[in-house]
Design a protein around this ligand. Sequence first.
Ligand code: AMP
Length: 258
Amino acid sequence: MRRETERRAWRGALGDCVALNVIMMGPPGAGKGTQAGRFARERGLLKISTGDILRESIKAGLPVALRAKEMMDRGELLDDATMIAIVRERLMRPDAQPGFVLDGFPRTVAQAEALDCIVAERNNGPLVIVDVRVSDEELVRRLGGRLICAKCGANAEPAKAGEAAPTRCGKCGGELEQRADDNEQVVLERLKVYERATKPLVEFYRDRPTFRIVNGAQPQERVAHELDTVIDDAVLVGAKQDTPAAVKAVKSGKAVQA
Ligand code: AMP
């Protein structure tokens, strides 16, 4: 009940008060893309997946994407300057002002530092960091069986209990296929890259009052519930530090002007 009030208040406050700025961290296969999409949809926020943006550019045959494809097919990270420029451009658009859910960015400390600058420049709300945790064995198992839609790029729905796995996309009916970088060799490389480049991010964020850990090894609905709870809690804590007035508004269920 209290959460519902808070949620309405954040919605009411959007645009003219405190934005809901969320980063979804976690290794490939942790389910952060699915959860980021759901959370963004439910809260009316912009979901920004850097992997999706790159895959769309490759599909569209953009010349700059050719090099990106080579790197992605090897499971390596693209350079920080390119990724920061892509994200900065999206986050500065008017439709990102109520808030955003970032999936796949930042992946290096340099990207995280740049994101802090962008958030400071936007100056409309705290940054909430969620780290979705899953064991390595479970990740390899999940990624080996993961299918995405060849047409719209959505992740395939998991098979329902007692039913065969779907062969077509639940969203657009497109054909399902394995992602080029989900074969076992590339998966292992991506997990290695995650350990090396992205895990230090946990150190970077760990001491912030808006950093939260979620157990990603649970059924999707449980992960969703845990995520909602920790994000609502963290945003209150963050807003309290940023703008005491915003917290008063959240608690009373009223929107406020910044
Ligand atoms: P994802 O869909 O997030 O797993 O990303 C797929 C691939 O896109 C990664 O393995 C990288 O090659 C590239 N990529 C996506 N986001 C980033 C980023 N923030 N920094 C560098 N490379 C990225």
